[in-house]
Design a protein around this ligand. Sequence first.
Ligand code: C5P
Length: 220
Amino acid sequence: AIKSSLAEKKVLINGGPTYEYIDPVRFIGNHSSGDTAVYLAWEAHNRGAEVTLVLGPTKYKNENFPFAVKHVTSAREMLDECLQLSVNANVVICSAAVADYRPKVTYDQKIKKSDQNLVIELEKNPDILAILGQSKREQQLLIGFALETENQFENARKKLLDKNADAIVLNSPSQTTGFSTPTNQVTVIFRDGTTAASQLVLKEKLASWLWDTFINTLHL
Ligand code: C5P
């Protein structure tokens, strides 16, 4: 099959976890691998797009890619990069597993253990996808991900509308799907109610399927 071209398109993708520091050696994070974002970036690059990847802390820290990569740590750093870069982007894909909360205070020194319990107050992080949805330009396409465990379809559809995205990629955590496995199975939901379900495949292959699906349905 001839792969659709993304030539002339500027694509911005975020991925991986964010780390929210409690003190110099401890943080709140998650097990997102960043693999899906990296494969989506490779696939877009191979189809001729000008790609920028904004990645949280992952195993890809020292890897050389043939496209631009910005490494960030926290949700706020990821938001800053994405806001700047989205100004020029034709397509934005938010696949990062952004921490919903961060410690209200980050201690300068390692917190000392005491006999008391410790309470860490958390405050809300910005929702990057929702903010990019608010500043979305006409013609710009915005795609999000949703990892759901219950009422999956309804929850994902609500996110699509609430965050002003053009498509949302629904997946669920299991032994073969979700964010730290080599394979995944997804359903893409579009604003007009159209859906497209993938097979259970390696994430490399899924990236190619996802671009085919976005290109066909969103007329990229
Ligand atoms: O609301 P929920 O976290 O389930 O939505 C998932 C989608 O929102 C993903 O595309 C994720 O990248 C994005 N998101 C974000 N910033 C957050 C939380 C989620 O961009 N703080």
